[in-house]
Ligand binder design. Structure first.
Ligand SMILES: CC(C)(COP(=O)(O)OP(=O)(O)OC[C@H]1O[C@@H](n2cnc3c(N)ncnc32)[C@H](O)[C@@H]1OP(=O)(O)O)[C@@H](O)C(=O)NCCC(=O)NCCS
Length: 265
């Protein structure tokens, strides 16, 4: 029991830059208190002392603001940061090294008693503040759920899901993990440097394509005119469309000024 507590404390200190000492973690982290109480509630639940399990879970909720059903299965080194408003349903399963922020719901959408109604988080999943994961599907290992996302479908291992309804913004990647928490590759708050959204990349690609085509058409028109053909100038509506394209390009992000300049050429 003390081994589990020690590794829980170590995991919190590793994953929360604000945690300054083991004493602070033991005394001031409701996520830790909720998990310790859940272990007792879960043991009662498995021993068929269902009411006692529910009662311990209610006491934990009263003390911490975190509601974990005693039937839920939690792995090792699970960290619930801040925790207020977290709800974890009866058939939820949370793998080792998962991190859950405040306001997360691991909820169900079906009322079928005895069915798997709540999600399974595989190892190392990070669920951002306020996210809702609803249904009995699986979130793959090392996946990240953005804050306030509403996830209603499985997320592949290593994927990142954001929005409502959540969409995958980064392709799944194979990531090597280490069993040692210090080498687990955890990124505080789930932030990945230099990651890019494939939807955004696709739009940038389309803008580039449109820009290249415009340039080619201008060249063809110039060549035709050199051969003596007369080509009508762009009417006002087409010109406006071109301006919009430039505005879209510059508004996509700060890194697209080169693309906007290329549209001017
Ligand atoms: C989802 C998350 C893990 C992605 O982080 P990341 O890997 O660094 O990815 P990026 O920040 O590059 O974002 C990728 C794209 O998703 C978008 N995005 C990121 N987080 C989002 C969110 N929560 N909701 C909607 N869109 C989001 C970004 O705007 C970006 O889109 P763009 O490429 O069109 O600009 C992170 O933003 C997040 O929400 N982490 C949880 C943090 C948290 O809950 N903290 C609580 C601390 S108390």
């Amino acid at each position: 029991m003390f081994d589990r507590l020690r590794e829980d404390i170590a995991a919190i200190r590793e994953r929360d830059p604000a945690a300054r000492s083991a004493w602070e973690v033991v005394t001031c982290y409701p996520g830790l208190h909720a998990i310790v109480l859940h272990r007792f509630a879960h043991a009662c639940w498995k021993a068929q002392w269902r009411w006692l399990g529910r009662f311990v879970s209610q006491v934990a909720r009263f003390l911490t603001g975190i509601e974990i059903h005693p039937g839920a299965t939690l792995g090792r080194r699970v960290f619930i940061d801040h925790g207020m408003g977290v709800v974890i349903g009866e058939t939820a399963e949370i793998g080792d090294d998962c991190t859950i922020y405040q306001g997360v719901t691991l909820g169900g959408t079906s009322l079928t008693r005895g069915a798997k109604r709540h999600p399974t988080l595989e190892r190392g999943v990070i669920v951002g503040a306020g996210a809702k994961v609803l249904g009995g599907f699986t979130i793959g290992a090392d996946a990240k759920i953005g804050s306030n996302a509403v996830v209603v479908k499985p997320v592949p291992a290593g994927g990142t899901a954001v929005g409502n309804p959540a969409r995958i913004v980064m392709p799944a990647v194979e990531k090597k993990r280490s069993d040692e928490p210090a080498k687990s590759g955890f990124c505080a708050y789930g932030i990945t440097p230099n990651a890019d959204d494939p939807v955004s990349l696709a739009i940038h690609g389309l803008i580039d394509h449109a820009s290249t085509q415009t340039q080619r058409i201008d060249e063809i028109v110039a060549a035709l005119e050199r051969l003596g053909a007369r080509v009508e100038a762009l009417n006002a509506a087409d010109g406006a469309a071109l301006v919009d394209l430039k505005r879209l390009c510059t508004s996509m992000d700060g890194k697209t000024e080169e693309r906007a300049a290329s549209l001017d050429r």
